[in-house]
Design a protein around this ligand. Structure first.
Ligand code: 13P
Ligand code: SF4
Length: 303
């Protein structure tokens, strides 16, 4: 039996005896996706965390996602197998930054992308994900809307809703470095390929897209299209399931380095260790949790 097989067997046994569920984001390593009970985008994972009967959630993703699980299911133990798995986009805005912005725009409604800390969510009126940002902004009736922290998603939502937003200047380093030139080059090399992109990409990249979608939306688009070749403007971890679910289709990524190093910090060893010692836990302080919950619940209840 290989080392990985041994780890997978031990994880399965411990998962059962601990009454745990393993949730994994679509960017996780393939072996983590393989052992997960559910893989999905931020919205899907939040929904699973809210619905599960398990006692323990092993969250294979980044810190803000585990926090969202804890906000929705505080009675469960939420484990993040590597506490260093953060999100540089979420780190672009602090509570103080958001309070300052609110002071400048006292009448504005604040919509915060789920890629933000629980403390920032607690200062927000609504939360949204890449999967429902357009719907949430459409649903909010306000003269002024602050949108934080992703500027590319914010600008995309502006274009889709026709609403002017006050946008925080954060971005995801993985998606923001995908260039228009890289995509145009691939399009030239594969003239029949369609291009599907995550809304964290820059505007000039999204302008080339046949479809803009969350990570789960990308899987749906690929499943449904009759095209045999698809250029994917997102993180390379997507390739595992794309190829598994669509063996006859071919996929191209704009560059070798569209990899989120934080997502790759979660390994089989760390998952096993976290189940053994029930650490590291993610626990949002109750006072923060209750305020963040309002914003997250509004998100979960909208499409
Ligand atoms: P999704 O919610 O679309 O999975 O995106 C999360 C993320 O971190 C993208 O970089
Ligand atoms: Fe954060 Fe970007 Fe990694 Fe997503 S891909 S977790 S936004 S750094």
């Amino acid at each position: 039996m290989s080392r990985d097989d041994q780890l997978i067997k031990s994880i399965a046994e411990l998962k059962k005896s601990r009454e745990a569920i393993i949730l994994a984001h679509n960017y996780q390593r393939s072996e983590i996706q393989e052992i997960a009970d559910f893989t999905g985008d931020s919205l899907g994972l939040a929904r699973q965390a809210a619905a599960t009967q398990a006692r323990i959630i092993v969250f294979c993703g980044v810190h803000f996602m585990a926090e969202t699980a804890n906000i929705l299911s505080p009675e469960k133990i939420t484990l993040l197998p590597d506490p260093e798995a953060g999100c540089p986009l979420a780190d672009t805005i602090t509570v103080e930054d958001l309070r300052d912005l609110r002071k400048k725009h006292p009448r504005a409604v604040v919509i915060t992308y789920v890629n933000s800390s629980a403390a920032v969510k607690a200062e927000s009126d609504y939360c949204c994900t890449s999967g429902n940002a357009v719907q949430v902004v459409k649903a909010v009736e306000a003269e002024e809307i602050i949108f934080a922290p992703d500027r590319n998603l914010g600008k995309y939502v502006e274009r889709m809703t026709g609403k002017k937003l006050i946008i925080w200047e954060g971005c995801c380093p993985v998606h923001d470095r995908i260039t228009r030139e890289q995509v145009e080059k691939l399009k030239k090399e594969h003239p029949h390929a369609l291009f599907v992109a995550h809304p964290e990409c820059r505007q000039e990249v999204l302008e080339l897209a046949d479809k803009v979608a969350s990570t789960t939306g990308i899987y749906e688009f690929v499943r449904e299209t009759s095209a045999g070749e698809i250029i994917v403007g997102s993180e390379r971890g997507m390739l595992y399931r794309l190829e598994k679910e669509n063996p006859a289709k071919r996929f191209y990524f704009p560059s070798e380095d569209t990899i989120c190093p934080n997502m790759k910090l979660i390994t089989l060893e760390k998952v096993l260790r976290s189940l053994e010692i029930l650490e590291p836990r993610v626990e949002v302080p109750e006072e923060v949790r209750l305020r963040a919950l309002k914003a997250v619940e509004r998100m979960v209840s909208i499409g």
